[in-house]
Design a protein around this ligand. Structure first.
Ligand code: NAD
Ligand code: MG
Length: 393
């Protein structure tokens, strides 16, 4: 029986994870569930999954959830805040952590899971983009198992030789030439660029192929999501930026590929439903049903592939540049992006200003190496403040 903590249980990935877990009560039990805002939804999940611990954002929410759980006669312990998130991620009673908080808020608990040597199912790409080698070092020192949930990285993991993928690094002789990271191109792949300044948050969050949280949906619309994924792939699989290639594939049937020196390309196919990579990571190295049908190949009319249009999606190049510069720069890119997306969703800036705001911040970042998580968190705060100072009030 694997005992699981789900960080971000009320989100899109959290709910998909619980859907898979519920199909396999003989294999998985829930140790802890966490949520930031939706206390009612978390109370419902506690009734369904009976976790030992539930974590919320504030003391007031703790009181509210306690009341709901006592009324349902549930013994779940309720706590709140970042240290509580770290505790449930590192607890002895937990074997596996689904890291599905969105953004930098997930860094501390995901890192706590890494330091405690847990099996980590990584959805929270921002945590890895920010902390890069510090996170990977923590994984290697503790002997934690890091399994990618992001659909592209999960596909790549499946297409790499087992001993390459598991060690999260390239070693000689495997013949990997490059990674081909597929991207749908999002909702604005063929929209007239001259109308980008009038794109609304509602338009930006409605993705053609995937149902996801608001932040990652906007990232998909700007293709910053793919940029963050290039950096994520670098840390997970040890290849430099120029050997991680983005390919536009609007149908989202192939979730990424690995190209080998002998001319072979291996791909993973599946319906666009996150329960597929979640089930893969949960059961690895075994396989379990995910609740998703496999692709009906006879119904596929077309599989198309294009090069990305960098004039349309300038954020992608920013991410390659950040990876190339290294040190603090990817964390700066991530911080500026989180602030910019939030400002766009709150209608403070226009869609095309997400890029110009991040670009302006990037020009102010002095590249330097980061020696510790404490230093990283200080820099992250500083860059967020700088980004906010550039937003018209
Ligand atoms: P979401 O917005 O649906 O859910 C986010 C979760 O994080 C919620 O449970 C929320 O309560 C929690 N949360 C938000 N802010 C928090 C804070 N400050 N402190 C503690 N908890 C907080 O997001 P999502 O779409 O499920 O994405 C989660 C992560 O997975 C992101 O990093 C995203 O990039 C990644 N991811 C998502 C998908 C997808 O299909 N949704 C695919 C690949 C990767
Ligand atoms: Mg992805």
């Amino acid at each position: 029986m694997q005992r699981i903590t789900i960080l971000g249980a009320t989100g899109s990935i959290g709910m998909s994870t619980l859907d898979v877990i519920e199909r396999h009560p003989d294999r998985y039990s829930v140790y802890a569930l966490t949520a930031y805002r939706k206390v009612d939804e978390l109370a419902d999940l506690c009734r369904r999954f009976r976790p030992q611990v539930a974590v919320v954002g504030t003391a007031a929410q703790t009181a509210e959830l306690n009341q709901l759980l006592r009324a349902a006669d549930l013994p779940t312990e309720v706590t709140y805040g970042e240290s509580a998130l770290c505790n449930v991620a590192a607890a002895d009673d937990c074997d596996t952590v689904m890291a599905a908080i969105v953004g930098a808020a997930g860094l501390a608990p995901t890192l706590a899971a890494a330091r405690a040597g847990k099996k980590i199912l990584l959805a929270n790409k921002e945590a890895l983009v920010m902390s890069g080698h510090l996170f990977m070092d923590a994984v290697h020192v503790s002997g934690a198992t890091l399994l990618p949930v992001d659909s592209e990285h999960n596909a790549i993991f499946q297409c790499l030789p087992t001993n390459y993928a598991e060690r999260n690094q390239q070693s000689a002789g495997h013949g990997v030439a490059k990674i081909l990271l597929t991207a749908s191109g999002g909702p604005f792949r063929s929209r007239d660029i001259d109308t980008f300044s009038s794109i609304t948050p509602e338009e930006a969050v409605s993705h053609p192929n995937w149902v996801m949280g608001r932040k990652i949906s906007v990232d998909s619309a700007t293709m910053m999501n793919k940029g963050l994924e290039v950096i994520e792939a670098h840390w997970l699989f040890g290849l430099p930026g120029p050997r991680i290639e983005v390919v536009i594939h609007p149908q989202s049937v192939i979730h990424s590929m690995v190209s080998y020196v002998d001319g072979s390309i291996l791909a993973q196919l599946g319906n666009p439903d996150m329960r597929v990579p979640i089930a893969h990571a949960l059961a690895y190295p075994e396989r379990i049903s995910s609740g998703v049908e496999s692709v009906d190949l006879t119904k596929i009319v077309q599989l198309a592939f294009f090069q990305p249009d960098h004039a349309r999606f300038p954020c992608l190049k920013l991410a390659y540049d950040a990876l190339d510069m290294g040190g603090i720069v990817p964390a700066g890119l991530n911080a500026a992006n989180e602030i910019a997306v939030d400002a766009f969703l709150n209608r403070k800036i226009r869609f095309n200003e997400i890029y110009s705001l991040i670009d302006r911040v990037m020009n102010k970042i002095v590249p330097k190496e980061i020696g510790s998580i404490e230093e990283l968190i200080e820099e992250d705060k500083r860059i967020r403040k700088l980004t906010i100072s550039f937003i018209p009030s």
